[in-house]
Design a protein around this ligand. Structure first.
Ligand code: GAR
Length: 202
């Protein structure tokens, strides 16, 4: 089975969904490490309680981004993952780091890329008057949120939506999309996967 390291910064709900999916004996991958840049990330304790090895590489303990990334790389090399899955990992990664994992690193982003790379995606979709939003799983390259798209799921934007209500609706889809894409990716299948709002193939 392919070895998967998951990088988080917060609650880790996407990480938990990936881990839960990988408990299936037929799954092509297995979680070998959950790594956070923040020792207080709630997802760390959740992963540990499921028996998954965890590690912290605190970006504030390093002089600069390359030094932080060397710390990340050292932890990753110990765990020897085949695939690195970013799941709410809120640090920008430089080209030398992403190139080490080219074709092996995934990210989930809460927008319908190429729209709204970066932060505050839901507020920006509302501000633009969009009638739909969603999430994307993509390969990570040095181009922030710009790597090849592996899958998307869409949701309607409703008249009374706030950034928070929209984020919650998108997160439900993130929890469906990311495990589905990871399964395919772990089998070497990079064809794009599009999910309809009910979670079915569209
Ligand atoms: C998710 O909505 C994810 O798409 C987003 O952060 C949230 C993490 O939630 N990621 C980004 O914004 C990446 N720039 P989680 O910790 O519960 O999975």
């Amino acid at each position: 089975r392919k070895r998967v390291a998951i990088l988080i910064s917060g609650g880790g709900s996407n990480m938990l969904r990936l881990v839960e999916d990988m408990t299936d004996a037929d799954h092509p991958a297995v979680p070998v490490l959950v790594l956070s840049n923040d020792a207080n990330a709630a997802g760390l304790a959740r992963a540990a309680s499921l028996g998954i090895p965890t590690a912290v590489v605190d970006h504030r303990a390093f002089a600069d981004r390359p030094a932080f990334e060397a710390g990340l790389q050292a932890q990753l090399q110990q765990a020897a993952p085949d695939i690195v899955a970013l799941a709410g990992f809120m640090r920008i990664l430089t080209a030398p780091f992403t190139e080490q994992w080219a074709g092996r690193m995934l990210n989930i982003h809460p927008s319908l890329l190429p729209k709204y790379r970066g932060l505050h995606t839901h507020a920006r979709a509302l501000e633009a008057g969009d009638d739909e939003a969603g999430c994307s799983v993509h390969e990570v390259t040095a181009d922030l949120d710009g790597g090849p798209i592996l899958g998307q799921a869409r949701v309607p934007i409703l008249p009374d939506d706030t950034a928070d209500t929209l984020a919650a609706r998108v997160l439900v889809q993130e929890h469906r999309l990311y495990p589905a894409v990871l399964r395919r990716f772990a089998c070497g299948d990079r064809r794009r996967l599009d999910l309809s709002p009910d979670g079915n193939l569209s």
